[in-house]
Design a protein around this ligand. Structure first.
Ligand SMILES: Cc1cc2nc3c(=O)[nH]c(=O)nc-3n(C[C@H](O)[C@H](O)[C@H](O)COP(=O)(O)OP(=O)(O)OC[C@H]3O[C@@H](n4cnc5c(N)ncnc54)[C@H](O)[C@@H]3O)c2cc1C
Length: 447
């Protein structure tokens, strides 16, 4: 049984069924999960439209007359619905083709081997050999802020966009926060970002964060550094955000982007004897909980909250349950997960970070090439950013890298493959790449 039909759950269901398991998938909301409904898909669709709008402002340098694009909110909403619908139908078709039984309802453990499922037609208790908990997470709401879904928002209330705020305060400067800053400022809102540290994206390379901060300042985003929000109040049409250092921001809207909490509180995990840590299921490297036949994958496992990681965990769980780990099973190495931030420019990284290497006193070779020297970047009229590759000076093995620039989320795959397959910088240098292409900067950085 799989509880939750997001990326972790539906990938595990497909693979386990393909490997011969009888799979029942329980989903209380939408097959495709929060990833399709609220998180990745609507946010990236809106960012793509915002990106197209800001591109129209940059075409002048490309020999074209400048055109101001105007957003059509109804059409944008239709586009989000259409993409979500297509992805959901594809996922359901795939699950059906593998013979997965899908039950729309809410599940909870009544013992370690029995799960109660409440559907619109009643309650049934199913006996299970193995269970995957893949119930995801939801936005964290602190006691000092009560979202009203109208002007005080969580990330889930930003779509479909009923109106674009004239001004908005974004609370939280991690990945989600900066993506929302980028999105709202692309659509013309006046944005203030409350940054609790002295740098946006505090866990990222300062050089990477600096490029993003420059873009934000260029767009007129106000950065409130070193400030923690302590209260958010609505006064009529105005939202007032107060910070611990006495600063106060007034705007038409505010959005909370301060992390998430796991969906485990109503699952009856204690009845099944499953250990949790702050609500996250504690797992081993096979994604097994302390109860051997109960697994957890995706956001609920407290590892990296990424769709790609959730799906890969789901796949590994299927392999483990079906005994495939004894044949050709590679453990999931979270340190080698590539991730991206869909701002402008995009930011992507994988593997070892420079700061991490210095903290460990590890000898590394760092090579960096700016896009300003890349022919395709100049042709694109966008030469911001750089490629940085970290390698082992003794062996040349690629250890990690980061890319800031257009299409960084796509380009990082080359470094991700090198990191996963232990390739050397010489393997990248000797690849015959396309010219003119942004990827040439990768070969140069590998030199
Ligand atoms: C704004 C935002 C943007 C993001 N963008 C990206 C991105 O661009 N790229 C990326 O890699 N990651 C992104 N993420 C993270 C990504 O959305 C999550 O990591 C991903 O959804 C995790 O997948 P999951 O399968 O664990 O959970 P989910 O996608 O949350 O699915 C869990 C499912 O379980 C169901 N469920 C819960 N409890 C029960 C129950 N008791 N019974 C039955 N069903 C239940 C839920 O209804 C849900 O459908 C983003 C997150 C946010 C907040």
């Amino acid at each position: 049984m799989i509880i939750g039909g997001g990326p972790a759950g539906n990938t595990a269901a497909t693979y386990a069924a393909r490997l011969g398991a009888h799979v029942t998938l329980i989903e209380r909301d939408v097959i495709g999960g929060a990833a399709h409904l609220w998180d990745c898909i609507p946010s990236k669709t809106m960012i793509a439209t915002g990106g197209a709008m800001s591109f129209t402002k940059r075409i002048q340098g490309m020999g074209l007359e400048q055109q101001e694009a105007e957003v059509d909110i109804a059409a944008l909403e239709g586009r989000i619905d259409d993409i979500q619908g297509r992805l959901q139908r594809n996922t359901i078709r795939l699950l059906e083709s593998q013979g997965v039984r899908m039950l729309m309802g809410s599940a909870r453990f009544v013992s370690a081997h029995h799960v109660e499922v409440t559907t619109s037609s009643g309650v049934e208790v199913l006996e299970v050999d193995a269970v995957l908990v893949a119930t995801g997470s939801r936005p964290r709401i602190p006691e000092w802020c009560q979202p009203d879904g109208e002007r005080i928002l969580t990330t889930r209330e930003c779509y479909p966009p009923k109106v674009f705020p004239t001004s908005i305060t974004v609370i939280g400067s991690g990945v989600t926060g900066v993506e929302f800053v980028h999105m709202f400022s692309s659509f013309g809102s006046n944005v203030t970002l409350v940054v609790s540290r002295q740098q946006v994206l505090p866990s990222k390379d300062p050089e990477v964060a600096a490029v993003l901060e420059d873009d934000f300042l260029r767009r007129g985003v106000r950065l409130l550094k070193g400030a923690r929000a302590t209260s958010v109040e609505r006064h009529g049409d105005e939202v007032v955000v107060s910070c611990d250092d006495g600063r106060v921001v007034r705007s038409s809207h505010a959005v909370l982007a301060i992390g998430s909490v796991p969906n485990t509180d109503e699952l009856g995990l204690d009845t099944a004897g499953v250990q949790v840590d702050r609500g996250y299921v504690t797992i081993n490297r096979h994604c097994q909980s302390n109860v051997a036949h109960i697994y957890a994958a995706g956001d609920v496992s407290g590892k990296m909250p990424l769709t790609s990681v959730a799906s890969m965990q789901g796949r590994k769980v299927a392999e483990h349950v079906m005994g495939l780990q004894k044949v050709a099973h590679r453990h999931l190495d979270y340190d080698k997960a590539a991730s991206a931030i869909f701002t402008e420019p995009e930011i992507a990284d994988v593997g070892l970070a420079e700061a991490e290497a210095f903290a460990e006193g590890r000898k590394i070779r760092v090579t960096k090439v700016p896009f300003s020297a890349n022919p395709k970047a100049l042709i694109n009229n966008d030469s911001r950013g750089f490629v940085k590759i970290l390698s082992d000076p003794a062996t040349g093995v690629v250890l990690g890298g980061s890319i800031v620039g257009r299409h960084a989320a796509e380009l990082i795959s080359v470094i991700a493959l090198a990191v996963t397959a232990n390739l050397k910088v010489s393997d990248i240098v000797e690849s015959l790449l396309v010219h003119p292409a942004l990827s040439e900067a990768l070969a140069e950085a590998a030199e």
